[in-house]
Design a protein around this ligand. Structure first.
Ligand code: AHG
Ligand code: MN
Ligand code: MN
Length: 329
């Protein structure tokens, strides 16, 4: 009988190899429990009328879907019960949610359900998270941590049951949900590396926005897009998932030329702490990179507020470096 290695088994041995505490395991168990519950609600939601709008907006003015709300409550519940989290920063709450200020060890940033426009079609969405650790040696604890200080980040693709995890200075690994709802890593699985060979690269961006991008971004697109396949699902979690294996670049540039100026988004659309940083951190651990509209590394941006937005260009290093020249030029 052949048994696959479970995620928890993988993590336990990782922690022991690096002489790390088991507190991180307790946190990951909480995150994984939440992911499984989100998976369950998502899979059965259509039968329970749970795939529509909740009837209110979040602090960012977006219509909240019932599923966004359910997923957020699930994650908060398990993070609270773990006792490991100082505070949680979530897309769905205006302010950081304090969970265990004194005893907690981690800051958790998350988007409980990324790709809300996919919900009513039962198409893939993602639960994206990033984890920073309390500064155990000094007093300057702060929940506004830059991406380069993250210890881990991951994406659960729902309902597909694929979990991608990046661990600092270690790499990116992929787990699959088996029939018992256990996440396992296939035998002989290797670190995920974002391909540097252009063959197979994809570009992913909202093409209907292209006339609203800065002229140099549009010029770059006109010059480069014929060389690559184009794919866009409208959910960073799912679009980035493809790119991680195929290489290329996902971008959500700043919107600066919208015919209705009020609809411009000079800082981009995606949120730094729980969207861009998650993709950027995973990309870095897979050998890729991520930058903003000015060509700065996403992971070096010092966050100033919780729901800060940023333009995002993330993918294979040579391609991101190529557009960086243009952005800086
Ligand atoms: P969310 O559903 O968490 O609000 O995030 C939506 C984001 C992201 O998933 C996606 O990449 C982007 O919005 C899509 O935006 P467009 O619909 O403008 O293409
Ligand atoms: Mn999102
Ligand atoms: Mn979301």
């Amino acid at each position: 009988m052949k048994l696959e290695q479970s995620f928890m088994d993988f993590m336990l041995h990782h922690q022991e190899r690096h002489n790390r505490s088991y507190k991180f395991l307790a946190l990951m168990e909480a995150i994984q429990a939440a992911a499984k519950y989100i998976q369950y609600f998502y899979q059965t939601g259509s039968l329970k009328n749970l795939m529509g709008e909740a009837g209110f907006t979040n602090v960012q003015g977006e219509n909240v879907m019932k599923m966004d709300d359910i997923a957020d409550s699930i994650v908060l519940h398990y993070l609270r019960r773990s006792n490991q989290v100082i505070c949680a920063i979530t897309e769905e709450e205006p302010d950081p949610v304090v969970l265990n200020e004194d005893g907690g060890r981690y800051f958790v940033y998350y988007d409980p359900l990324d790709g809300s426009s996919n919900i009513k079609h039962n198409l893939p969405v993602g639960f994206m998270f990033a984890i920073a650790k309390r500064n155990l040696d000094g007093p300057e604890d702060n929940h506004l941590r830059k991406g380069s200080e993250l210890r881990a980040a991951g994406i659960y693709l729902i309902p597909n049951g694929v979990f991608t995890l990046a661990l600092a200075e270690t790499g990116v690994f992929r787990f699959h949900m088996d029939e018992t709802m256990t996440y396992v890593i296939p035998e002989n699985a290797e670190r995920l590396i974002m391909p540097e060979n252009p063959k197979g690269w994809e570009l992913s961006f909202n093409s209907s926005n292209r006339r609203t991008f800065a002229p140099k971004v549009l010029e770059w697109i006109d010059e480069h897009e014929p060389k690559y396949a184009f794919r866009y699902m409208g959910a960073l979690a799912a679009d980035f998932h493809r790119l991680l294996s195929n290489g290329g670049m996902f971008m959500y540039p700043a919107i600066v030329n919208h015919p209705k100026p009020a609809k411009n988004r000079p800082k981009g659309k995606l949120r730094l702490l729980y969207e861009a940083n998650v993709a950027a951190f995973i990309a870095r651990e897979a050998g890729g990179m991520a930058i903003d509209e000015e060509g700065n590394e996403i992971l070096d941006i010092e966050p100033e507020y919780v729901h800060q937005r940023t333009a995002l260009y993330v993918g294979s290093k040579p391609l991101v470096e190529n557009i960086r020249e243009k952005l800086k030029g």
